[in-house]
Design a binder for this molecule. Sequence first.
Ligand SMILES: [Zn+2]
Length: 553
Amino acid sequence: MRLIAIAAFAIAALTACTDPALAAPPAPEGKIRVFTGGTIYTGLADPATVEAVIVGPDGRIIGTAPPLSRDWSEDEVEIIDLAGAVMFPGFTDAHAHLQGIGERELTLNLEGTASIDELVTRIEAELQALAPGAILFGRGWIETGWPEGRMPSAADLDAVSPDNPVILVRSDGHALVANTAALKAAEIYDVAADPPGGRTERDENFKATGIVIDEAMYPVLSLVQDPSYEQIQQALETGANTYVARGWTGIHNMSALRDHARLLKALDDEGRLRLRVYNAFDTRGFDIAKRREFETARITNRAVKIYIDGALGSRGALLIEPYSDRPETSGLEILDSGNLHNLMMDAEEDGVQLAIHAIGDLANRRVIEKFEELDYSADLRWRIEHAQLLHPDDIARLATSGLIPSMQPSHAIGDLHFAPARVGIDRLRGAYAWASLLKAGAMIAGGSDAPVEVGSPTIEFYAAVARKDLTGFSGEGWHPEEALTRQQALALFTTGPAYAAFQENDLGTIEAGKIADFTVFDADLMTIPEQQILKARPLMTVVGGEVVWQAEW
Ligand SMILES: [Zn+2]
């Protein structure tokens, strides 16, 4: 009899189960789901692939199976036919900003704008729908490769918008262009003084010409009303929807606001949160992480993010030796050693996981030294966010400390265009040193830092294995030997984030007992030629056994 081998297997597995987490009675309407009909990577060494994955009504994997008969009863099991697609353990972005990802979708998105001409044309179109005097806010432009060879100016925008204030943030978030109406409304049009750490570009008569940088942006940005709770929640929901449609099953939401805890829980309670979220709050959310408040089956609140230094592009990363292209500075110390000490003591005592932003080699060294000095162990699973530039002596030291480097492959392929200028070729030996860190025994959690970067699993995977930019370019000092194998890259976005979130018993691989979070692509990322990785499309995203998103296919 060619029974429903799969259903029999599943039911046997269910009844044989003694783990209390798995023994929970299935929901009355709950069916067993079987994912089969494609290549299924488990993320394990053995078996590396399986023919089918059987998921219980509780959203956990009952078992995986060898070749099975396809004669099954639809009453007992729901078959999800992968139709030749390729399934992986769920991809998790270990460093991104959920509200920003949503806001990018909800505001005028200028990514990909190819010239000032095009920028102005798009503004003109948007203005049609805008009330007189209303502010037009957008983001995402960058002048690299524009035929005009310059940044946009107030005059460009004034030509189409003399009255409505227009504020357009550059893609890196460190500069904006505003038209004269906005500059006047922000009261910086003819005031010459700039705040420390900021600059407003001005003509010979001290009139602002449109470009506003870093700290000087605040008066302009404050024209755009603080979002209401409803708008923040809408951004969070949109961010989550955007992410599952790209193939992510989870996000480690960095610098989450206190309010995110409550708003995300409300979304999940209403069945509107489709993405798994692990929050790392800014320090104002410390008590929420300490008490593990507002958690659900999809939401975990146990981390806090702190900053040691700034970023490399704006020369804010804290370096041991001065910047090569500006020898009078070694970067920015945002948190001094005393405050770091106190924060670490508090977090350790209260069981809060720290996610510590450190980019420059000195910032990273300070974290490692302090961690060693306090004699903390790997059990804390504290993370260094970015860990971009390490002194070569600190690579092994970081790995043995048990701190988890949380790194973003797309940063490397973007930053390596300007990093040689900032730090010189020699120091790049310890830059984005993924392979060296893994070799030294570190567990790396991989992420994207969206919305600073696109936030795409295929771009991150490609960057990790190719270590070339999106056009295939690799420059001097990019250290191709730091590129990862496919297996290592997969781990970066599956087992790495799971471990960095204390979730390795539930997530990261496809095996019995774990939660059914899966990412399905139309191409086999483990075998296709490097450049084709960027063309792979997500087809289906499964969170907790539920198909939360599916492409038309
Ligand atoms: Zn970030």
